[in-house]
Structures are given as structure tokens and as C-alpha cells.
Write a protein that binds this ligand. Structure first.
Ligand code: SF4
Length: 217
């Protein structure tokens, strides 16, 4: 069985769920299953060999900065790599972590808002990573086909770039604005109006903009 398990880290604290997730993944790996244990928020701290991956998604430092300081929602990717590195997260997370509901309430709402919330960028990182997971699944012959849905509308060469090991053109990755589905529902051609210049320059682009404004009003 191939399993992707997301485990929420608790920084420098021993946490029951980290220990449980790690023990479960280690046992499944020992029984011959392919388990990818992926930490979110902070790296995990375990009392047994840690089988989680080194990469952290929804890194605690990035999440905090993007939630509270608008500037950090637009900083270059290389800075995010710095904030998301396990040693930086661990350095910031030593000591106690506030669980004040006044601070965590807004953060919870942002998480629930997903791609349309303040933490959109963190969802984007997960989305950018999925194509690489797909190529590994194919390379190891665990599936005959991996579909990336509307991502190929905004970025048709995405699969070729991943397979060739080229860096992704992040500006062309689908950000789920949903123009490609809103347009045909309103009798217009489907296409990626926000990111594909061909559709952006069509007269229907202005029409679609008006329709969306009317829907929001
Ligand atoms: S219109 Fe939006 S949802 Fe559709 S492909 Fe383009 S970015 Fe993705």
C-alpha cells in the first residue's frame, strides 16, 4: 500500500500525536508499505527513529508571518525556503507556544478558507509539489496515469517540465480562480483567462469579468 500521512509537528515538545503517527508509519514501513510521513507546521520530535520527511508544509514561521504581516504574502520564494527550513522553524519554536484563542481563531479561519484565504500561498506550495509526487508515482509504476486537472489549462507544459527536471514556472500554475469553469457555465468558451494570454486577450475576458463582478455584488 502507498500511504501519504500528514503529521502535525509540535516543535521542541514531545507530543502524543507525533509519536503515534511516527510509530504507525514506522510499523507500516516495517511491514513493507510505502509510507510518506510529511510534517506540517513544525518538524516532529520523536523518542524513536524519526521516519518523517525533511520538508515541512504549512511551516509555522511562514504561516505566522503571512497571517499577521501582509508583506510576507508576496515575498520571493527563496525567502520562504528559508522560513520553511526545519532548523529555522525549530529555532523560532523553542520554548512555549501560545494557545491563546484570540490569536488562533483568525488562523483557524484562514486555514478553513483554503485557497481563497490569507494562507493561499501555503496551499500553492502543496499544489506545486503534487506534480513531483505524480512523476514519482509513474516512475515507480504504481499508476498508469496521473491527472492534474485544470492545472494543464494554465500550464500545458507542466508535465514536460517536471519530467525533464526543469524548474517550474510558478506564475503559470493554476491558482483555482475558477474562470475556466465559470466561463462555460455562462455560455463562454472555457480557458484559463487569468494566466493564459490567449484567453486574457479575447473579448470574452472582459465579459467574464463583468459577470464575476455582478456575481460578487
Ligand atoms: S482559470 Fe483559474 S482555475 Fe482555471 S485553469 Fe486558470 S488558474 Fe486554474
Amino acid at each position: 500500500m502507498n500511504i501519504l500521512s500528514l503529521t502535525a509537528g509540535a516543535a521542541s515538545m514531545y507530543c502524543g500525536s507525533c509519536l503515534r503517527d511516527n510509530a504507525l508509519a514506522a510499523e507500516l514501513i516495517g511491514r513493507g508499505h510505502d509510507v510518506m510521513l510529511l510534517p506540517v507546521y513544525t518538524p516532529t520530535l520523536t523518542d524513536e527513529p524519526n521516519v518523517s520527511k525533511g520538508r515541512v508544509f504549512f511551516g509555522g514561521v511562514s504561516v505566522y508571518l503571512q497571517q499577521h504581516v501582509p508583506f510576507f504574502r508576496w515575498t520571493p520564494a527563496f525567502l520562504d525556503k528559508l522560513w520553511d527550513s526545519p532548523w529555522v522553524i525549530n529555532a523560532f519554536a523553542t520554548g512555549s507556544i501560545s494557545t491563546d484563542p484570540k490569536l488562533l481563531g483568525d488562523l483557524t479561519v484562514s486555514m478553513l478558507e483554503g485557497e481563497s484565504g490569507l494562507l493561499r500561498r501555503e496551499f500553492d506550495k502543496l499544489q506545486e509539489w503534487l506534480a513531483h509526487v505524480g512523476q514519482r508515482v509513474l516512475r515507480e509504476r504504481r499508476a498508469d496515469l496521473v491527472g492534474l486537472g485544470r492545472m494543464v489549462l494554465s500550464y500545458p507544459e507542466l508535465a514536460a517540465d517536471v519530467l525533464a527536471g526543469r524548474p517550474l514556472d510558478r506564475k503559470r500554475i493554476c491558482r483555482t480562480f475558477s474562470d475556466c469553469t465559470t466561463a462555460p457555465r455562462k455560455g463562454l468558451p472555457s480557458g484559463c483567462y487569468p494566466l493564459d494570454p490567449f484567453y486574457a486577450e479575447r473579448p470574452e475576458a472582459a465579459e467574464l469579468k463583468e459577470i464575476k463582478q455582478a456575481l460578487r455584488a
